[in-house]
Design a protein around this ligand. Structure first.
Ligand code: SF4
Length: 434
C-alpha cells in the first residue's frame, strides 16, 4: 500500500462500509468513533478515502459475493487506499479475502475491537518507512482465532434510534447456520456496563434503542445475570423513551418477561421472531429448539397478555427437507395460525461446513416460487395489520431524513408512517391520526 511520506494522521480520510446485520452496523459505528476520536476525517463510503474499513457478512452465498464485489470496487476506484476487512466473512474465509487486490489486512472477529489500533499502526509504519508502504503486522495476515472476547458496540449518528449490542455469539447448532463459527459462543458484558452505554446514548439525544445481539435472550447465561435484569435496568435509563428487541428466539420468550414488558414499560408492542419454517419435520431437520405447537403457544400467550402486537417473522424458503407438502403445511401455519404482521423471507442458502449442506437440496426454481408466495402473503398480512390502525391516534417517532419533501417514522407497534417534512418533528414522539 503506497502512502505519502510525511503523512499526517489527522488528515487521513476514512470511510466505512457495513454489510449485513444491525450487529455489524453497531460495531462499525463504534469503530468509526474510535477513528474520529483519533483525528481521522470520516467521509462517506462513496467518497475518496485513504482508508476503507469493510465490515463483512457471510449469512448467504450472495452476501459473500457482495463483500468481494464491494472490496474490488473500492480498490478499482481508489487504488492507493488501504483496505481493512473484518466481520463474519473475514472470520470464515480469510483466504478468499486476502487474494483480492488492494486488501491490506484481514482482521478476524476476535481482533475486531483492535481494528483501529492495527490500522493506525500500519499508517505509523508507512510514515516511518522510506518506501511509504504500510506494514501489516504478520500475525494479522491470518489473524483468525477462536472468538471469545466481547467487543462492546452501539450505533449513533442518526439522532433518532441507536442499536445497542448486548450479546454476541450463539451456542445453538441450527443445521443451516455458520454464525456460531463466525462469532463464537454466547457471551455478554454486565448489565451495569450496558446501562451505562444506554445512558451515554441518551446523552446524545437518541430516543429509541434497539437492543441487538445474535441470540439475545441467552443474555446472562455466561455471566449469572438474566435477560430480564437487563431489560429492567435499561428501562430505568432517563432520556430513552422507547426500546425494541431486535430478534428473539421463540423458546426464550418467557411469560414473566412479557407480563413485565406489557405493564407500562418503555418496550414497544413489536417482536421480531425467527420461525424459519412452519413444518415440524423441517424444524427438526434444522435442529431448532421448538416445534410449531410451542411457537403457536408463545404467540397466543403474548397476544393474550398484550393484545395486537406487531409480529415480524423470519422464514427460510426451500430448506433441504422442505418438500412441497411440508411447504404447504408451513404456509398454512403462518397464514392461519400465526397470522403475523410481516414476514422476513429468505431463500435457503447452502453454507459450507454445515450439516444442511450435505442434505439433498431444493432446486432454485422451486425456492424462488416459494419465496414469491411467502412475500405475497407478507404483503397481504402487512396491509391487513396496518389497515386496522387507519384513523386511530398513534405516537410516532419521526426520523431526520427528508426524501421528496417527506419524512418517516414508526409507531410503537412498528407501523411506518410518512408525513410532509417538518423539522420540528425530527427526533420527537408526536401523536398523530394515521
Ligand atoms: S439460533 Fe440458530 S440460526 Fe440463530 S445464530 Fe444460533 S445457530 Fe444460528
Amino acid at each position: 500500500m503506497i502512502l505519502h511520506n510525511n503523512f499526517e494522521k489527522r488528515r487521513v480520510r476514512v470511510a466505512f462500509v457495513t454489510l449485513g446485520c444491525k450487529l455489524n452496523f453497531s460495531e462499525t459505528s463504534t469503530l468509526a468513533r474510535q477513528f474520529e476520536a483519533a483525528g481521522y476525517d470520516r467521509v462517506d463510503d462513496g467518497d475518496v478515502a485513504d482508508v476503507y474499513v469493510v465490515n463483512t457478512c457471510s449469512v448467504t452465498e450472495h452476501a459473500d459475493k457482495k463483500c468481494r464485489q464491494t472490496i474490488r470496487k473500492l480498490h478499482k476506484e481508489n487504488p492507493s487506499a488501504l483496505i481493512a476487512v473484518t466481520g463474519c466473512y473475514a472470520q470464515l474465509k480469510p483466504g478468499d479475502i486476502e487474494k483480492i487486490d488492494g486488501v491490506a489486512v484481514v482482521i478476524g472477529a476476535e481482533k475486531k475491537g483492535d481494528l483501529f489500533s492495527i490500522v493506525d499502526g500500519m499508517f505509523a509504519s508507512s510514515a516511518e518507512s522510506p518506501s511509504g508502504k504500510a506494514v501489516c503486522p504478520a500475525e494479522y495476515h491470518c489473524g483468525i482465532e477462536d472468538v471469545k472476547t466481547f467487543f462492546p458496540a452501539y450505533s449513533c449518528g442518526e439522532r433518532t434510534r441507536s442499536f445497542l449490542k448486548v450479546q454476541d455469539g450463539c451456542d445453538y447448532c441450527c443445521t443451516y447456520c455458520t454464525i456460531p463459527l463466525a462469532r463464537g459462543g454466547s457471551r455478554n458484558p454486565s448489565v451495569a456496563s450496558l446501562a451505562a452505554e444506554a445512558h451515554d446514548i441518551a446523552g446524545s439525544g437518541v430516543k429509541e434503542i434497539v437492543i441487538t445481539g445474535v441470540n439475545i435472550a441467552e443474555f446472562g447465561r455466561s455471566s449469572g445475570e438474566s435477560f430480564l435484569d437487563l431489560l429492567k435496568a435499561l428501562n430505568d435509563v432517563d432520556g430513552i423513551e422507547r426500546y425494541r428487541i431486535s430478534s428473539i428466539e421463540p423458546n426464550l420468550l418467557k411469560e414473566d418477561m412479557i407480563r413485565w414488558m406489557a405493564g407500562g414499560t418503555k418496550f414497544q408492542k413489536h417482536f421480531h421472531i425467527p420461525l424459519q419454517c412452519g413444518s415440524d419435520a423441517v424444524l427438526a431437520a434444522m435442529k431448532r429448539r421448538y416445534n410449531t405447537r410451542m411457537f403457536a403457544d408463545k404467540i397466543s400467550m403474548i397476544r393474550s397478555i398484550w393484545g395486537d402486537v406487531f409480529f415480524g417473522i423470519d422464514v427460510i424458503a426451500g430448506f433441504p427437507a422442505e418438500t412441497d407438502e411440508e411447504f404447504c403445511k408451513s404456509y398454512d401455519f403462518i397464514k392461519n395460525t400465526i397470522h403475523p404482521a410481516f414476514l422476513h423471507v429468505f431463500p435457503y442458502s447452502m453454507r459450507a461446513n454445515t450439516p444442511a449442506a450435505l442434505m439433498p437440496q431444493v432446486n432454485d426454481t422451486v425456492k424462488t416460487r416459494r419465496v414469491e408466495k411467502l412475500m405475497a402473503l407478507s404483503d397481504r398480512l402487512h396491509a391487513e395489520y396496518c389497515g386496522r390502525y387507519a384513523g386511530t391516534r398513534q405516537k410516532v417517532l419521526f426520523e431526520s431524513a427528508c426524501k421528496n419533501g417527506m419524512m418517516e417514522g414508526y409507531t410503537g407497534n412498528y407501523i411506518r408512517v410518512e408525513r410532509p417534512y417538518d423539522a420540528s418533528c425530527v427526533g420527537r414522539i408526536v401523536e398523530i391520526t394515521l
